[in-house]
Ligand binder design. Sequence first.
Ligand code: HEC
Length: 195
Amino acid sequence: MKNVLLLSLAVVAAVGLLLAAAATSPPALPQYTADNQMLRPENYRDWVFLSAGLGMSYSPQAGGHEMFTNVFVPQWAYQEFQKSGKWPDKSIFVVEERDSQTRGSINKVGHFQTDLMGMGVEVKDKSHFPEEWAYFNFGDGTKSARANPKEGCFNCHAAHAAVEHSFVQFYPTLKPVAKKFSTYNAQRENVDGAK
Ligand code: HEC
């Protein structure tokens, strides 16, 4: 009788551990609906933070209100990149846009981050997309999104990113890794007519 009790306690404890593990580390792989819409990645704030930009713009007449961009990749994809300087299949990238503010609390100059304004997502997934890379936008309440047309996002990433489609030229901790594995296209750093 005592053994049965101990066994059931062990089972309860094991199930508890499994549930806890599932709650803290859902698989950071792209998920889709039946018609190939991507589901919004929910736990990206637990991923690796690559870098932030402030008011970055790709047209000369930038200006107006500057926003922050924060870039995240899942832990597992980051680890693979450390070993090879390449992104593994099923890598997900999130860039969130956050509003910026100067006046607030004790702050007088400089900028700090505030509300989420939007979110761009990129995936490398050859089983879902013939061209491997696909791009999505998620607003506040968007649960799933269809891939954007190539002109919207894909073409710029293909033409200007330093490692495959990712802008490693702007991610200071990944740049030395890509250089070490010779996967880094240094030409993409050039200011004029970057190729
Ligand atoms: C004109 C060029 C250009 C276009 C168009 C563009 N991007 Fe980007 N994207 C960039 C640059 C430059 C960065 C890196 C700097 C940063 O963090 O803002 C970047 C970073 C990203 C990242 C972080 C991972 C990475 O590849 O480095 C994601 C995700 C992303 N973009 C998604 C999108 C989506 C979704 C669209 C279309 C709605 C889009 N981008 C359109 C230039 C572009």
